[in-house]
Design a protein around this ligand. Structure first.
Ligand SMILES: Cc1cc2nc3c(=O)[nH]c(=O)nc-3n(C[C@H](O)[C@H](O)[C@H](O)COP(=O)(O)OP(=O)(O)OC[C@H]3O[C@@H](n4cnc5c(N)ncnc54)[C@H](O)[C@@H]3O)c2cc1C
Length: 310
């Protein structure tokens, strides 16, 4: 448990060593696509991987819990915020194209940028994922994908920091599965090494334009959101089960089940995380009673409740 004195001590230490950005009591609503979430005690954006390792050593020495943040597009932060530190990977953004289709992308590289640059260079493999928000680190941790194509298929290995040391994990060790990998809290992916196939640049860029148009058509939703909220259960589609339970358009406070895509929950403008959480629980309960299937969230839920909700 991070005490406020512990966080203050860590903040002071980080202020002296960190070359990147350091903020205190930072609203997480500024960093999540749902635009909700209370304050993080300490928020840091390490300038590069050496800065990251130095910061981690301070956090671990002071026993301050931390979590890693990419684009915040798959994350629900509770209204009480985050006790401890949030490490934002935005400045780890080196992207290198090597020979033979090999690409090294640091965790904070925006996924869309990686796919666009690859297409421009005639490198094929991830174009169907174009339009998924977030970073390379988030896509790796979540094994982001669309039906029939996943980020992990193109990952040969990744540099992972765990317990303060960095090592290279091969794809077997990364154990990619449906929207999951072997990465758990306490681990940070610093860089992914990917292997693309040769393709024709013009044709690939046409696919990107088509993918974007398709997403705009099919994911036209009414407000801030985090994409699909629930995992598809084996042999079923979460959005269909939610629709069949009659929940399209259902709302709690400022959170509403999208009228366009039933597996999306939108922030109608003034939602709190507790509204979204209550709607998630309502969907779970009502879908279970109508179909017998318990939906499990795909989004990651972190942080503390406010004192009010215990
Ligand atoms: C409009 C919309 C559409 C979407 N469509 C899709 C889709 O089609 N397919 C799909 O798969 N997803 C989709 N998503 C969800 C989301 O974009 C993906 O899961 C994305 O890969 C998350 O990346 P991120 O950088 O935003 O991760 P974050 O939300 O920041 O983090 C997600 C999880 O990954 C962990 N993480 C992040 N970076 C690292 C790192 N460097 N090392 C270790 N762990 C890390 C975090 O701690 C957290 O547990 C959509 C979201 C939105 C808003």
């Amino acid at each position: 448990m991070a005490t406020s004195e512990g966080c203050f001590r860590v903040f002071e230490k980080l202020r002296h060593i960190l070359r990147g950005k350091l903020l205190g009591r930072e609203p997480m609503s500024r960093h999540t696509s749902w635009r909700v979430g209370g304050n993080a005690d300490v928020y840091l954006v390490p300038a590069d991987r050496e800065d990251l390792l130095a910061a981690l050593s301070v956090l671990e020495k002071e026993a301050i819990p931390w979590m890693v943040l990419g684009g915040g597009s798959n994350l629900l932060v509770r209204d009480g915020g985050i006790r401890g530190a949030v490490i934002d990977t935005a400045a780890l953004n080196r992207l290198e194209f090597l020979s033979g289709g090999e690409v090294r992308a640091e965790a904070g590289v925006v996924l869309g940028q990686l796919i666009e640059e690859a297409a421009r260079r005639g490198l094929a493999g991830l174009e169907l994922l174009y339009g998924i928000p977030g970073t390379v680190g988030g896509a790796l941790a979540m094994n982001a994908g669309v039906p029939g194509r996943e980020f992990g298929e193109r990952v040969e290995s990744a540099l992972i920091v765990e317990g303060g040391t960095m090592s290279r994990w091969d794809r077997q060790r990364l154990r990619f599965g449906y929207r999951r990998s072997a990465l758990t809290s306490g681990m940070i992916a610093v860089e992914a090494r990917l292997l693309f196939s040769p393709g024709e640049s013009e044709a690939l860029q046409t696919v990107l334009r088509e993918r974007l148009a398709y997403r705009r058509r099919t994911q036209k939703v009414e407000g801030a959101n985090a994409g699909s909220v629930f995992r598809n259960p084996p042999g079923a589609k979460a959005w269909e089960l939610i629709e069949e339970a009659g929940l399209k358009g259902a709302s709690v406070g400022g959170a509403q089940v999208s009228r366009f895509h039933a597996n999306f929950i939108v922030n109608q403008g003034k939602a709190q995380a507790e509204d979204i959480l209550a709607l998630i629980q309502r969907i779970q309960k009502e879908v279970e009673s109508s179909s017998g299937i318990r939906l499990e969230p795909e989004v990651k839920i972190v942080g503390e409740n406010t004192a009010l909700n215990g």
